[in-house]
Design a protein around this ligand. Structure first.
Ligand code: ADP
Ligand code: MG
Length: 716
């Protein structure tokens, strides 16, 4: 039923609800869950109120009301002439409860409130306290007459003392849909609409997993009869949400694996063995385990779709090379795709030394490959004489054709969509889609990986090569700059190199360049040529210039590289031992972690210095502290996810997911997610096509639009 026909709504409010909360039907409204609950039976004393409290309820007597006009002057109430409310800009209501007094402030709805609030009368005020001029006030509180307290008491007798607080916006409040109104609408909606909502989980799953029925859950999520019922309601709704998400992801995986449409690669092959024997170091246990997982996929006859996660420096390139050599050993070609030209070049350079002993012909194809060279590469790919091709998006161009592409390795997943990937396999005459290995250096919390990549298998390199020295991370502010420069000189004196990185959040932002330019100038003054050599790299330089400067640093001809965050994906300079990050508070956790990963690659002790302003927001401070406390990318990713707060709308959940979750949280509901995934897996194991009678409901649910998203594994 359309929301406008719900008593208390009407066309105007219906429009508002649709616009602000995307609520169009009564069903939609019922699915808007409170994001917190307040106990309306208890009051806070004014002297105990703090600005960091979320919502408080105060019972207090109105002492005085002041009305202010345009120029903040007090408007005297002249009883002989009627008050001109349209002249009033602000109303200040002073209330007292015996423990202290507090100001209630109104900028809107003044006439109505002014007529309601009479000095000497006690009311119940409800709202969010804030600090103003050293005192605490509440702006636009909800106001109840005290006799409604009787109703609250009556409600308390039945057990319902908790009241839901719903996502809201300024516009909703201005349109009269306050929290109180929302509660009333919700009650009406449940009474009118609940019976039309059908149970959405099969009996047997509810029984197995100890879940309460949907109607019970919906009633109690809005009007909990007690804490236990609320918990049961929440668990059921979260479980259901995560269960269907996992079921849809796993079903895709099951379908794919049943179709067995992969290229069987039974051999390890000579190329692999030769390369393996010539390795300058033993593989880490994690590398070995991951290669075994990959090897098993490739020989299975099913298409591999695997995500390889590993922190910066964990040795993913090695795994990529050995994987490519398995394809070669079975008579197929392999390609390695990187998101940028610099990265592609670096990959190409890095893998040469490993490919040499294996005797495999490889090539690099990027946007700047010369025409003649390009033609030769096209030829080599078509006739199969090139075994391994490294490149950028240039590999996707129409005139690139493979003889038999058996494997696509994609670095830095988040820049390639699934669509681009599938373009790759239409270019080959291998007869079946190539195996796909996606590598990402951005650690993703496990729960998020299970959702974003639920249809992929995941391998994790959770061990760094031995002999890696930890990077010491230090937080410093401007006053420490002279000491920082002394330290840099000391390190350069020892023959090491230093990165200095400036944030470049927005390529076009002038300010960012200005701070980089000023910083570079300062460095060149304090580190004068020819004693010190400084290279500068930023996005506004021509590619050649950028490359020249980058190379100078990589080859050790420059001691200091001043750069914007473009180096985030790029250079591998083992001799660099210091990473200075300027305005570190402007970077996100994962970006800081990526940048830090640029040092500590050699055998020398390395340092990361986070320079920030004196004043930091609570969140920035927390980020900086975390960076100083841990080097574990997965830990940081978990924290990052917990910190990424709600969006514009109070109470909404994380954004950026392929499916938006309504009640479950990937950051907090890991255990429920595990249970939901296990249940989904068991259901599919027993009935892969969901054709049993008892699973009819599941099939029906999965047909809903929100589960029809194909592109799960695309991050941005
Ligand atoms: P990632 O791509 O995961 O960031 P790389 O593959 O670039 O990491 O490896 C980082 C460095 O560690 C490289 O110099 C590489 O040669 C080296 N390396 C890789 N595996 C090992 C290992 N098992 N033992 C020692 N060094 C290794
Ligand atoms: Mg790498």
């Amino acid at each position: 039923m359309e929301i406008q026909f719900l008593p208390g709504v009407g066309p105007k409010r219906a429009q508002l609800l649709a616009k602000e909360l995307d609520i169009k039907t009564i069903g939609d409204l019922i699915r808007l869950y409170p994001f917190r609950y307040i106990d309306k039976s208890s009051f806070v004393r004014i002297c105990d109120a703090r600005p960091d409290m979320a919502y408080i309820q105060i019972k207090a007597r109105v002492r005085r009301i002041d009305l202010y006009g345009n120029n903040s002057s007090t408007m005297s109430e002249d009883p002989s002439s009627p008050l001109k409310y349209n002249m009033v800009r602000r109303m200040s209501v002073w209330v007292e409860d015996g423990s202290g007094d507090m100001e209630m402030v109104f900028f809107k709805g003044i006439k109505w409130m002014h007529e309601k609030l009479k000095p000497g009368v006690t009311f119940i005020f409800f709202g969010k306290p804030s600090a103003f001029n050293g005192k605490i006030n509440i702006v636009h509180p909800e106001v109840d007459a005290v006799d409604s307290e009787k109703m609250a008491k009556a409600a308390a007798a039945t057990g319902a003392t908790m009241t839901g607080v719903y996502p809201s916006t300024e516009k909703l409040k201005n349109g009269g849909i306050t929290g109180k109104v929302m509660n009333r609408l919700m009650e009406t909606a449940l009474n009118k609409g609940l019976h039309e909502i059908e149970e959405s989980l099969p009996e047997y799953i509810m029984r197995q997993c100890g879940l309460v029925p949907l109607h019970f859950a919906l009633r109690n999520i809005h009007f909990p009869s007690d804490a236990v019922s609320l918990e049961k309601a929440r668990y059921r709704l979260k479980f259901e949400e995560l269960f269907y998400l996992q079921l849809s992801l796993l079903k895709q995986k099951y379908v794919r694996s049943r179709e067995e449409n992969g290229i069987a690669m039974p051999r390890v092959g000579e190329a692999f063995n030769k390369c393996y024997e010539a390795l300058p170091f033993p593989l880490t246990g994690a590398q070995k385990r991951v290669i075994t997982e990959i090897r098993n996929d490739m020989k299975s006859g099913r298409q591999m779709n695997r995500l390889l996660q590993g922190d910066v420096g964990s040795g993913k390139t090695m795994v990529a090379v050995l994987t490519a050599l398995i394809a070669i050993g079975n008579g197929y070609q392999a390609c390695i795709m990187a998101p940028t030209e610099v990265l592609a070049q670096q990959h190409f350079k890095n893998i040469q030394k490993f490919l040499e002993p294996a005797g495999v012909r490889s090539a690099l194809l990027t946007g700047s490959s010369k025409t003649k060279e390009r033609r030769e590469i096209h030829q080599g790919l078509e006739d199969g004489s090139i075994g391994i091709i490294v490149g950028t998006h240039a590999l996707l161009e129409d005139n690139v054709v493979f003889r038999n592409l058996g494997l696509a390795i994609i670095d830095e997943q988040h820049r390639f969509g699934v669509e681009q990937r599938s373009r790759l396999w239409r270019k080959s005459s291998a007869g079946a889609p190539p195996h796909v290995l996606v590598m990402t250096a951005t650690p993703i919390p496990r729960t998020l990986a299970m959702t974003l990549y639920g249809d992929l298998d995941v391998s994790v390199i959770d061990e760094l090569p031995p002999g890696r020295k930890p990077v010491q991370t230090i937080h410093a502010t401007e006053g420490k700059r002279p000491a920082l420069y002394r330290f840099m000189k000391e390190q350069i004196g020892l023959g090491r190199q230093v990165f200095v990185v400036y944030p470049l959040i927005n390529e076009t932002e002038k300010l960012d360049y200005q701070s980089l330019e000023a910083g570079a100038e300062d460095i060149m003054n304090k580190f004068p040529f020819p004693d010190y050599k400084t290279a500068v790299v930023h996005g506004k330089q021509l590619n050649d210039v950028k490359q020249f400067n980058m190379d100078a640093f990589a080859a050790g001809r420059a001691d200091i590289l001043v750069a914007t965050s473009v180096i985030e994906v790029g250079v591998d300079v083992p001799n660099a031992s210091v990473m200075v990050i300027e305005s570190a508070e402007r970077f996100g956790l994962s970006q800081l972690h990526q940048l830090r990963g640029r040092v500590g690659r050699g055998s020398e002790k390395s340092y990361c210095v986070l320079m920030t302003g004196q004043k930091l927001s609570k969140e920035s401070r927390h980020r900086i502290e975390l960076m100083c406390a841990t080097e574990n990318g997965f830990e940081l990713a978990e924290e990052d996810m917990k910190m990424r707060g709600p969006g514009d709308l109070e109470g909404t959940q994380q954004s950026g997911l392929p499916i938006s979750l309504n009640i479950a949280s990937l950051a907090r509901d890991g255990l429920i997610l595990n249970a939901a995934r296990d249940t989904a897996d068991a259901v599919l194991k027993a009935d892969p096509t969901l054709h049993e009678d008892r699973n009819q409901l599941l099939r029906k649910e999965l047909r809903k639009d929100k589960y029809q998203i194909k592109d799960y594994s695309k991050i941005s």
